[in-house]
Design a protein around this ligand. Structure first.
Ligand code: HEM
Length: 546
């Protein structure tokens, strides 16, 4: 346990080194010169112009002028907290596996004596940094585990499927969902033509849309929200054997949501409702907890499913593979400084540790490129990993050097390998001693852009979701569709949503949506969208908007 405590404390100790509390201290410039007046600039006489040599004025203003950095291109608005993760002793893995070490060598998941420090950032996706919390949106749930074997980032969402199947489509999805490019509106909600236009032309979004129209998109509190790794990942054991895994966070308090009327009132009354909620409970000592669960399945099971486990628009139903709880996360400390910690934290799905690996999910594969790339833009330098919130507690030694704002003072003459001039090279670590080894998956194939056939089934799981809802939950989804699609100006988009997407999910559902948004309800399942002369006045917005 002592070992665990020391890992937990080591991140705090690292942060403590750079914590600064100026309370009661004398005011100085950034260069340590004591300041006698910070309110009045130096002037040529009482009514004269300000003089350039006023170094304190220039420094104060320059620092201010350069305070802002680009916000995240998605997930701009969020809040964070520190805590720890601890694996359970001997978790129940069902009949197939006795011991979690059979599945993975990642000690962060297997050693019950070890508390691993974590930093979690919750976020909305679409809105800018200053938007409102309680909008209809997906929520990010990103966890950085500072493990002794390096940082592992589980960069997940509060819904288990995703909108699209391939990273190549992500810029289009985000352009469609962000404010429209001509007028910059709407700020944060999905209720606009471009998003629903894109969705209606991309039936693969259907399953995720069902979740987004449900109460899942309106979480009551971050501490009452599930989290999902979304993609299929791999666990790898000491013998180099691998199984597939899906990660699930389950909140101790249960999963709860707001209703639409509450959310809209909250936009006005307290746009920080979710951010403040998390901060306040931790400050008051009610530390929120989540259980980490895993769904484990092997290649053979994966092949038997009627969907592809590499397709991120699909989930692995819990009726097929149960979720096995393997550990607990507690968030117990708020950040001291929003910018230094919550804003500058940089997650990356590519940050994995030995025992955790990727699958070939084409969305995940693209994410492995995107996060580092965008962080170069956000931080302006490759040295963001030196920022205290991003530094691992594991030791770092390599020949990576220099760049803007480099902090480390690397000693020695040679920063290359091999070298023969006497400097001690950092040594590579064999796999059995903890060197990261990618799972030796056999790959062969032609270079093609196609996906496997089951990627074309866009409706089966959307239907399962609809059928799993109680009547009031179904009514909420219908009401949400009325509100969202009722704000779409173009009739053909509303019609495509009803005929091309919803009518393939469930005929009754499609009819109920159609009736509230001025679309002629389909007579039967699978019916083709009617063709209209759109000049027909009966189809004009005035006659159609509910
Ligand atoms: C943030 C890209 C899909 C979860 C981001 C950021 C980018 C990005 C560029 C901003 C990162 C930063 O500035 O630090 C992508 C791409 C995707 C994708 C290209 C698909 C190809 C997903 C999926 C999930 C997800 C499927 C959930 C499993 C998140 C979260 C954040 C984020 C939680 C916020 C991290 C934070 O709190 O700092 N994503 N994303 N993204 N993404 Fe993705």
């Amino acid at each position: 346990d002592q070992e665990g405590e020391s890992a937990e404390n080591s991140k705090q100790a690292q942060l403590d080194e750079v914590r600064e509390n100026s309370e009661g201290e004398k005011l100085t410039t950034d260069h340590g010169v004591k300041v006698s007046d910070t309110d009045n600039s130096l002037k040529a006489g009482e009514r004269g112009p300000t003089i350039m040599e006023d170094f304190h004025f220039r420094e104060k203003m320059t620092q201010f002028d350069h305070e802002s950095i680009p916000e995240r291109v998605v997930h701009a608005r969020g809040t964070g907290a520190h805590g720890y993760f601890q694996p359970y002793e001997d978790p129940d893995l069902g009949d197939e596996y006795d011991d979690i070490e059979e599945l993975t060598k990642a000690k962060v998941l297997t050693n019950p004596d070890q508390k691993t420090p974590v930093f979690v950032r919750f976020s909305t996706v679409v809105g800018s940094r200053g938007s409102s919390d309680t909008v209809r949106d997906v929520r990010g749930f990103a966890t950085k585990f500072y493990t002794k074997e390096g940082n592992w980032d589980l960069v997940g969402n509060n819904m288990p499927p995703f909108f699209i199947q391939d990273a190549m489509e992500f810029p289009d999805l985000v352009h469609a969902i962000k404010p429209e490019p001509d007028d910059g509106m709407p700020q944060a909600s999905a209720a606009h033509d471009t998003f629903w236009d894109f969705a209606s032309l991309k039936p693969e979004t259907t399953h995720m849309l069902m979740w987004v129209l449900s109460g899942r998109a309106l979480p009551r509190a971050y501490r009452m929200m599930q989290g999902f790794g979304v993609h299929t990942f791999r666990l790898v054991n000491d013998d180099g054997e691998s199984v597939f895994v899906k990660f699930h966070w389950t909140p101790e308090l249960g999963t709860h949501q707001l209703v639409w009327d509450e959310t809209t009132k909250l936009w006005g009354k307290d746009s920080d409702f979710n951010r403040k909620g998390l901060y306040d409970v931790i400050e008051e000592g009610y530390d929120p907890e989540w259980e980490l669960g895993v769904q484990i399945f092997d290649e053979e099971q994966a092949e038997a499913f009627d969907f592809d486990v590499l397709d991120p628009t699909k989930i692995v139903p819990e009726t097929e593979v149960p979720v096995r709880p393997i550990g607990k996360m507690v968030l117990n400390e708020t950040p001291d400084n929003f910018f230094a910690e919550t804003e500058q934290v940089a997650f990356h799905p590519g940050n994995v540790v030995p025992g955790i690996d990727f699958s070939n999910d084409p969305l995940l594969q693209g994410r492995l490129f995107s996060y580092q790339d965008t962080q170069l833009n956000r931080f302006g330098s490759a040295n963001w990993d030196e920022i205290p919130i991003n530094r691992p507690i594991a030791e770092r030694h390599n020949n990576q050097r220099a760049g803007f704002m480099r902090q480390e003072i690397n000693e020695g003459t040679a920063s290359y390998k091999p070298n023969s001039i006497g400097d001690d090279d950092p040594q590579e670590v064999p796999e059995e001693e903890g060197g990261y080894e990618h799972f030796a998956e056999k790959i062969s194939g032609e270079k093609i852009r196609n996906r496997s056939d089951s990627f074309e089934d866009h409706f089966t799981q959307a239907r399962l979701f609809w059928n799993s809802m109680s009547e009031p939950e179904q009514q909420n989804i219908v009401d949400a569709a009325h509100f969202e699609l009722g704000k779409v100006d173009r009739m053909e988009i509303r019609e495509r949503m009803v005929y091309d997407l919803f009518n393939n999910v469930d005929h009754e559902f499609a009819k109920r949506v159609a009736e509230g948004i001025g679309v002629d309800p389909p007579d039967e399942p699978g019916e083709e969208m009617p063709t209209h002369d759109r000049e027909d006045p009966s189809l004009s917005m005035e006659n159609r908007t509910p």
